[in-house]
Design a protein around this ligand. Sequence first.
Ligand SMILES: O=P(O)(O)OC[C@H]1O[C@H](O[C@H]2O[C@H](CO)[C@@H](O)[C@H](O)[C@H]2O)[C@H](O)[C@@H](O)[C@@H]1O
Length: 280
Amino acid sequence: MSTATPAIACTPRDPLPPPPLPDAGTHWAIFLDVDGTLLDFADDPLAVRPDAALLGLLHALHRRLDGALALVSGRELADLDRLFAASHWAAAGLHGLQLRHADGSRRDFAVAPAQQAHMRDAAHTLAARFDGVQLEDKHAAIALHCRRAPAQLPALHEAAIAVMTHLPGYELQPGNLVLEFKPAGMDKGRAVLELLQRAPFAGRRPVYLGDDLTDEHAFASINARHGLSVRIGTREPSLAAFTLPGPAAAEAWLTRVLDALTHGAPIHARLPEGDPTRQP
Ligand SMILES: O=P(O)(O)OC[C@H]1O[C@H](O[C@H]2O[C@H](CO)[C@@H](O)[C@H](O)[C@H]2O)[C@H](O)[C@@H](O)[C@@H]1O
């Protein structure tokens, strides 16, 4: 079975610092994971929704960056568009299996229908064996959520690994109280690099905010491009160079980024003592 997580060194290190504020003299591109980064976790994946302030902030940043802002998520593109009213944005869905460029062109990672049917049967059969496990059908991929029954996760994981040996072409993507069956061969890191090849992202310095294992692929790509990799939360180990404690701090930092890009001032001078995103 192929692994869905990049190798990460486990050497202990000092606590990560908060990210610096981007300066207005550099052209930036911003990539944002969704669940656990922009949105707090909820029991039901269908129950989450950004509030008006977050939506307004993201749309303002998208305009300020001339379109160089993309959501990079395990959710389907259609789900991202529904949640963020962002069908005119570049975006990566299903961990990069779906990709939309800013000009609206799209590429989808294809899987043979018979293979996909086999995966779907296996995932539904597995979900039925475990009480409290919620199946999220994302068509090309299927997520099995354990948030309502976290004690089921170890046994479910073991059973899923056994099932994977009969699903060539698929890999198991672990996440936050979730296991996902997804086609192998694509990840968020590759998706970000694809987006960075095309306008309006090409030539810009990338920033990536993410919280989960699947975001580690993107951190590796961002570090290689001398960008800012920002882990949301406390999960370790991580390839990220910076951290913010949670979605509220991520939103606060993005608000300051918008301010800095708009006014070009060292706005950290105005932030209160004790603010987690305050610069030294
Ligand atoms: O890459 P992301 O944007 O972070 O998406 C990863 C998965 O997020 C969602 O699941 C997670 O959030 C749910 C809602 O808070 C929560 O119920 C679940 O336990 C989390 O794992 C989404 O439902 C998945 O499809 C995404 O792959």
